[in-house]
Structures are given as structure tokens and as C-alpha cells.
Ligand binder design. Sequence first.
Ligand code: F6R
Length: 613
Amino acid sequence: MCGIVGYVGDREAGEVLVKGLKRLEYRGYDSAGVAIMNGRMSIQKGKGKVVNLEKGIFANGLKGHIGIGHTRWATHGEPNDVNSHPHMSQSGNIAVVHNGIIENYTSLKKKLIERGRTFSSQTDTEIIAQLLEEIYTTSKDVTFEQAIQLTLKQIVGTYGLAIVNIEFPDKIFIARKGSPLLLGVGENEMFIASDASPIVEYTNKVVYLDDGEMAVVDKYSYEVKTIDDIALTKEVHELAISIDAIEKAGYPHFMLKEIFEQPRSIADCMRGRVNVKENTIQLGGIADVMEELVNAKRIVIAACGTSWHSGLVGEYLFEHLAKTPVEVEYASEFRYRDPLIGEGDVMLVISQSGETADTLAALREAKKRGAKVLGICNVVGSTISRETDAGVFTHAGPEIGVASTKAFTAQVVVLTMMALATGMKKGTISKKEAARYIKELSLIPDKVDQILKECDENIKKMASLFTYAPNFLYLGRSYNFPVALEGALKLKEISYIHAEGYPAAEMKHGPIALIDEMMPVVVIAATDHTNDKMISNIEEVRARKGRIISIMNSENSDVKDLSEFSISIPSTVDCFSPLLTVIPLQLLSYYIAVNRGCNVDQPRNLAKSVTVE
Ligand code: F6R
């Protein structure tokens, strides 16, 4: 949800900012802009992608060694040139880029207008530039830093902020509350960014700003303090990601690269944790809280979107393997309904980015009410990973395509390992059963690889037949019901085709009315214990002339015979089935979207990291 970059050093700021914004474009791509200082404040901004901005910077010869930049996911005000960041104070001396939402902007704006300020945009962000300038220029003996602190105290909402003022031509001022911000520490140069991707090619030393903190940065040094002016000494972390991990590596899209990375990302997720020889699962990140997980009265899983779907798989896994009751909550709903959660409960929050505002709010609410909160995150150093009591990283590597793929499978692997480890400790699964599961889990990366190799061409062909279908229905049972939801979400978000996922048996309670000879129905029929029932559901669809596309185990000839198209995948134990069945669905949505000419990596209206509630 909006990406911020900043640079001060000896390089050409425009180049560093544009490169950084391109890496952050997954966070929003409605508009982009920069402010560069070089004796004066130069602004280049406009609707559309960072490539447009790049052309503008080049055409207008914007030069300088210090600047801030922004790529926007619109919240307040339509995505047009005027509403693009940076936003300026009335004098033009101060430029601000902002990620987040200012909730009291209407009342602040009204007061500022009454006091004579003129606004040029419809954004909440412009308030910050205008209020800051008013406080700085009208208060006696107030430094610019203090003016920022006073401004932030009047603001209700969330922000990651980078500010430059022509009066301080070598300094960038940053602040954070609710939206991520980090500082990259280089040799005589400093970088600012919403996440590590713009920084990683210059330095691996980073300082994460926490909520309520601000910093003043020049090319040689940085000073971090709270917005109450208490000086802080921050730990400098070493980044573990490499530049290769954030490039496309010859693939046409990040999404395809990330789909094909799954044999490796799943193996990485299990590495050092699953030991087939010794029949053990070791999860270092939750070792200290394992007793609490084993003794939990219940587990409440909170997440959004694809991560919520992996949470649903987690529900089946924990209830089946560890016999722990589980509830799965939309994080966005959790805290608004006075949730019954407290001591003895474990909350498990799942988030690829570790920055999703709703998930973070659910985490904080559960903590406040006394629950132990564990996290499953992909991004190391993210806010959620730092605020949970303990957690397990998915180690899937950076996920840049907006549609989540490898993060989903890695989350399901973590949930599987957690449920197995809990079940083994609780004694709800025997040693012999555990050995079978652990062995089978270790085979998953090879089976995913087999699916990618054997099914890709077939799915590509099938996608071309359904490219212009206006609707899709996805049906699954048991472990594959969440996969039906995930398949439908993947298709709608990148191809803009209306798709619905349903538990197969629920179809007859309504959605069956939609089925006719035009309706493709994707049935995920790869769980043995529901096979017969699934076949009945397929017959129900066929009787209404629906077009059956099945995802099935290779030996299941009954399903194959009933399907117009079938994708056959290797078999596994039912509870690991989602790790395999989701792969053809990811490919199907990818190829349909490409055929329709959609921007697969940056679908309209979406952003990778949703840091507003
Ligand atoms: C779908 C997708 C979103 C995210 C959701 C949660 O492909 O990417 O639905 O899953 O916004 O994001 P995280 O996992 O970062 O909390």
C-alpha cells in the first residue's frame, strides 16, 4: 500500500529513487513521483507507473544527490497527477511522501483552510505538509524536528513518512506509525524504503524503525528518536536476501517465476526442520512456547486473503493431527466483534508481508486480551514478525508478484509442521503415523516439481479454451475446500473473471442455479476420503451440462472419465493434498490472465502489502 524511498549520498538521486520505486511498485502503481533537492526543490510526479516518471525525470533533467520518492495505491482522492505524491507545503519548501491514512484529515483540513491555507489535492497527505509548515513557521523557537513531532501529535491514523525541506538541503526526515519504514546504512550514503528490496543492492545493513519513532538522516549519519524526543540506539540488522531473489531470472513475470520456485521454496521451508531419519520436526522459532501450543484450549487463526485460505487448511490440519479446536477468523472482522479470546488461547497470525494492517490489529487485540500470539510470516523484520510472541518464518524468499503463490504453499508447510509437532508432543498421532507423515512431507517438493514439468503445457492449452469464460466455479471438499477458494481468488484477482469457490456439497444449496453449458466448473477431486461424494457432485454438475475440469490423482479413472478436461497429479496423504492441488490452479489463472492481456504481476486496484484497514 504505497511504497516510499529516499536517498542521500553521492549517487544521482533520481536513478536510485526510480530503481527503488520499480522494486516497490508491487505495493501500489496508481501514480509515482519524486522530490529532488539541488539548490531548489524539483518535483516530478504523475498518474501511472514508474516508467512514466522515469521518462519525465530524464526529459526534465532532474539532478541532485538527495531526494524522496513514492509509488501510490490510492486511498483518498482519485489516482491523477495532482493527487500523486510528493505533496508540498504552500510555500513549496517542504515535500512529503506518505504511506498510510490520516483519519482526522477532514477536520484538520477545514481548520487549515480557515486559517488561510490553500490546498491543491484531495489527499490526506497534503495536510501533513501544510500543517507542518504552519507549525514550523508560526511557532517561536521550534526546530524543524520539533515541528514534525508537534504535527504528528495532531494526526490520527497511520503513516510511514519521508520529508525534505529546502532549508535543510542535506537531510531527510522520516517517521513511522503503522506503516513500515527502514533505513539502509551505506558508506557515506543512506537509503530509506518501505521494505528492503530497493536497498539490497547497495547495502545489507538496515535499521528498522518502530511505531512512534522518527529519524533525521544525512549521508554520513542518522539519529533515531521517539516522537516524544527520546533519543534511541537502534540495532543494525544484516539483510539475508540477495539481489537475484528479487529479479525475474528470465521469466516473463514474477508470478510465473514464483510458481516455478515452489519445489525449492517448499524444500527451503522444511530445511533443518523436518528430519526424516530421526523422525522429528524442530521449529526453533516456537520451541520456547511449544508447551503453550500443546496445552492450548483452542487456536484462533487470523489472516487475510490467501493467508486466510492457508489458515483454513491449518484448521483441518490442527484438528486432524493435534486434536486442537481451531477457529479461523478474517483478521479484519476479529477486533470489531468483541472477540472472546484470552489466557489459554493461542492466536496464530499468518501474513506473507508481515505488514497487513488488519492482521496486525487482530494480533494486538489478542495480545491485549491475554492470548499467546504466534506468527507465520515470510518477510523477516516485518512488523508482525516483530510483534508476535514467537513464530516461524516461511523462508519462501521475496514474493513480488501481487498474487500470492509460493507464500501460500510455504504457509501450509509451516502449518503442517506445527500441527505434526504438536500432535507428536500431545500423543494424538503415534510414532508410526508420524514417521509416515514426515516421510510423505519430505517428498512434496519432488511431487510439486513433477506437476510443474508434466502439467504446464496441458494447462496452457486448456487455458486458451477458457480464456473468455465470464464465470468460473471452483469446488472442493475437506482439505481441498480452501484450495477451491484460493483457485477462485487467483483467477479473479489477475484475470478479472468472476469466480467463486465453494465446498462441493454446498453447491446444491444455491450456486447450482448458475450451472449451464457455459459454466466451467473446476473440481478438486484429489482427497481419497471424500472421493465418492465428490463423484456425486461431479454428476450433479454434468446433469446440468456444466463443463468439468478436474484436478485428480493419477489413478482416479472414475473422475477422469467424468471430466471434459483433467489434470492428473501425483497422490499424497489427504492432509498434504492442498500443497499439490493448488499448483495447477495457480498455472491456470496465470495463463488465462496472460491470454487476456492482463498485467499479471500488478493487477488493477490491488497492492501486495495492504497497510490500511
Ligand atoms: C492474494 C493476495 C492477498 C494477500 C492478503 C494478505 O493473492 O496476495 O489476498 O494474501 O492481502 O497479505 P499478507 O499475507 O501479506 O498478510
